[in-house]
Design a protein around this ligand. Sequence first.
Ligand SMILES: C[S@@+](CC[C@H](N)C(=O)[O-])C[C@H]1O[C@@H](n2cnc3c(N)ncnc32)[C@H](O)[C@@H]1O
Length: 214
Amino acid sequence: MPARFRIEAWVIRDTGMSATRSSAHKRSRGTSLAPEVSLQLLYALGISPSESVIDIGGGASTLVDHLYGAGHRDLAVLDVSAVALGEARARLGDPEEVEWINADVTRWQPARTWDAWHDRAVLHFLTDDRSRGRYSAVLSQALAPGGAFIIGAFSEDGPTRCSGLPVRRHNLEALSAFLGDVEIVEQRRHVHRTPAGVEQPFNWIAGLIGGVKG
Ligand SMILES: C[S@@+](CC[C@H](N)C(=O)[O-])C[C@H]1O[C@@H](n2cnc3c(N)ncnc32)[C@H](O)[C@@H]1O
């Protein structure tokens, strides 16, 4: 699907898919509260509350709530959906330490750098090489030297669509190779179970880009 139509699909979804209806939000109200894999991998990479984190496509997620609750005070959430961002912002009480960026990650020009980049279920929507190249370039620009990244995408045996859109599934080898010459600290497979009981196998990578951490 060409990138233009893909983004229009998300904007149209602004009327239909929102954080309060997302599986992430329902999870946050159930017993399995936390986005465990994301938090575990941030911990594995040594990201402390004094470090800055940007969550890509995080409007429909509660990761920012958990990080804010854990004491992080330099957070950003980027999402192409203004509705998803607005709901997360309202839910969190719009703290001034959280920046809300309404943008398509593949067309975004970061104005600063962060210590950690987190993406669960955005890269897999980028099915064409051009968008994937832009994503990789933006990630490099947005991370400080020695910065950390965490990316989770549907695995090779995962669903072929997500939120009604086609996805590019990744095995661990392909996901690890995606960013080129970086240090992969951890790889893992995790089967996410949606509130409806549907299993969604994800592959995850967590690592560090080059350069000396400031
Ligand atoms: C499947 S949801 C995942 C939400 C969250 N990361 C989670 O794990 O629960 C995908 C999210 O990414 C956003 N998104 C999709 N394509 C995007 C893009 N190109 N740039 C920024 N956000 C995007 C959507 O608006 C949506 O909020």
